[in-house]
Design a protein around this ligand. Structure first.
Ligand code: NAD
Ligand code: UGA
Length: 467
């Protein structure tokens, strides 16, 4: 079966880039991305392609090439569902904030709404593709809803989880390590799998397209994230031991990572992992394990989160301790707010929690990030609810110049690994700061020797503090 029209519900960090790349690589397939959020769709359609709502290197070029040719963004969800042979569900699946499973389980209300809408609208057979990250066995819920609320059409459910990382989304989509497609192992199921394999096979070598049953595919996505996050928590746990023993975590990570069985990636000690997925997916894995009565399995994975929360707290405590145990009334400048470089996404960014902790200690925080808007920074802080929005505006300032943000500060904290931070005139920054001037490098990206030569006291993750 050759697919000619695709619809994707959800125009976010996954739906937008994924569909843009499919449209680029398959000019003969009509790809329509729909969302309930009108402002988001308007931004995807902005004539000025630099204004699209997701910042990713290379993305605006891909959108500029395909948009209006075979890539469309719309709020007319019903029409797009009706026209498509294959429907990707790429909506958000955040951690539940209420009721049973609050704080751990995935909130599947948007997924269920999509299923009900597809069932209501579809007037022909469709292949429904789970692109969102979902708890294992969600496909059976989808199937149930589609069967019982539909118009008697046939639906095949595929699981095709996305492995792109933000900041490298286009690169990851163009040349993925693998594409995973799970489906029913029946004649109809295998046909549906084949239809999706044929889409990816336009640009992904066949041997990189893995096919499995639905449950393996759903579970592999959650656990791939859990394994990646576990590596970060493992190296972060060692970072504290390094600080006490004069071992250097960068050297340790290089020494460990050169063992080909371990590998060098994801061993960078940091202020803690952020992003919309690691924490949510591990919590979900913990919840699922507990719901099967597997308490030891749940405890094992929960420790990855506990370590990460500890690492964020430890970083703010390091700042407080080195500023003579008080930051009250002191200005602390943040370089970076995004959860990693090359993205404007701030979900679960460590910077939010470090700022919150320092503001609780009555510090004055000033923030500069090259891609995050002032409004987003206040939204993130207000969401925590530790202070009123007015109080947040009073004690945290957003500044759009990196030199200005550091002026008069006691300390600079590097919270995101943006490349541009390394290129600044650090002598100029030093000259305009209060003394002793400190740099707290939460990402271990700075040239610590050069900073010390200027006169800074430097505190990195996983090496002994300067006294
Ligand atoms: P997002 O919040 O950026 O985007 C989701 C979009 O879906 C929003 O714009 C929302 O308005 C829309 N939406 C929700 N319900 C809808 C409905 N019923 N009809 C139409 N639109 C609806 O989320 P995201 O970061 O793109 O993540 C989406 C999924 O992909 C999640 O399950 C996530 O775990 C998974 N994932 C994310 C990443 C990532 O890097 N962000 C990577 C791999 C997988
Ligand atoms: C992660 C996975 O890498 C993707 O494969 C997956 O598709 C995605 O989650 C998802 O499901 O959403 P992402 O969260 O976008 O991607 O970014 P990562 O590069 O994984 O970084 C996550 C966090 O870990 C960042 O805060 C990053 O700074 C931190 N990190 C990463 C470290 O602190 N040290 C490292 O060595 C690597």
């Amino acid at each position: 079966m050759k697919i000619q029209s695709i619809c994707c519900i959800g125009a976010g960090y996954v739906g937008g880039p994924t569909m843009a790349v499919i449209a680029k690589k398959c000019p003969d397939i009509k790809v329509t991305v729909v969302d309930l959020n009108e402002a988001r769709i308007a931004a995807w359609n902005d004539e000025d392609v630099s204004k699209i709502p997701v910042y990713e290197p290379g993305l605006s070029e891909v959108v500029a090439e395909a948009r209006g040719r075979n890539l469309f963004f719309s709020t007319d969800v019903d029409k797009a569902i009706d026209e498509a042979e294959m429907i990707f569900i790429s909506v958000n699946t955040p951690t539940k904030t209420y009721g049973e499973g609050k704080g751990q389980a995935a909130d599947l209300k948007w997924i269920e709404l999509c299923a009900r809408q597809i069932a209501r609208v579809a007037k022909g057979d469709k292949i429904v593709v789970e692109k969102s990250t979902l708890p294992v066995r969600t496909a059976s819920t989808l199937k149930d809803i589609l069967k019982h609320t539909g118009n008697g059409m046939n639906f095949q459910i595929l699981s095709n989880p996305e492995f792109l990382a933000e900041g490298t989304a286009v690169e990851d989509l163009m040349a993925p390590d693998r594409v995973l497609i799970g489906g029913d192992q029946t004649e109809e199921g295998l046909k549906a799998i084949d239809a999706l394999v044929n889409v990816y096979a336009r640009w992904v070598p066949r041997e990189r397209i893995l096919t499995t049953n639905v449950w393996s595919s759903e579970l592999s996505k959650l656990t791939a994230n859990a394994f990646l996050a576990q590596r970060v928590s493992s190296i972060n746990s060692l970072s504290e031991l390094c600080e006490h023993t004069e071992a250097d975590v960068n050297e340790v990570s290089r020494a460990i990572g050169t063992d080909s069985r371990i590998g060098p990636k994801f061993l960078k000690a940091s202020v803690g992992f952020g992003g919309s997925c690691f924490q949510k997916d591990i919590l979900n894995l913990v919840y699922i394990s507990r719901s099967y009565g597997l308490n030891e399995v749940a405890d094992y994975w929960e420790q990855v989160i506990i370590m990460n929360d500890y690492q964020k707290k430890r970083f703010s405590k390091k700042i407080i301790k080195n500023l003579y145990n008080t930051v009250s009334g002191k200005k602390i400048a943040f370089l970076g707010w995004a959860f990693k470089k090359d993205t404007n996404d701030t979900r679960e960014s460590a910077a939010i929690y470090v700022a919150d902790h320092l503001l609780n200690e009555q510090s004055n925080v000033s923030v500069y990030d090259p891609k995050v808007t002032e409004q987003q920074i206040y939204t993130d802080l207000d969401y925590l609810g530790s202070r009123t929005p007015e109080e947040n505006k009073e004690s945290l300032k957003v500044v759009n110049d990196p030199y200005e943000v550091c002026k008069g500060a006691h300390a600079v904290a590097v919270l995101t690994e943006w490349d541009e931070f390394k290129t600044y005139d650090w002598q100029k920054i030093y000259d305009n700061m209060l003394k002793p001037a400190h740099v707290f490098d939460g990402r271990n990206i700075m040239d610590t020797k050069a900073l010390r030569d200027i006169g800074f006291k430097v505190h990195a993750i996983g090496t002994a503090d300067d006294n």
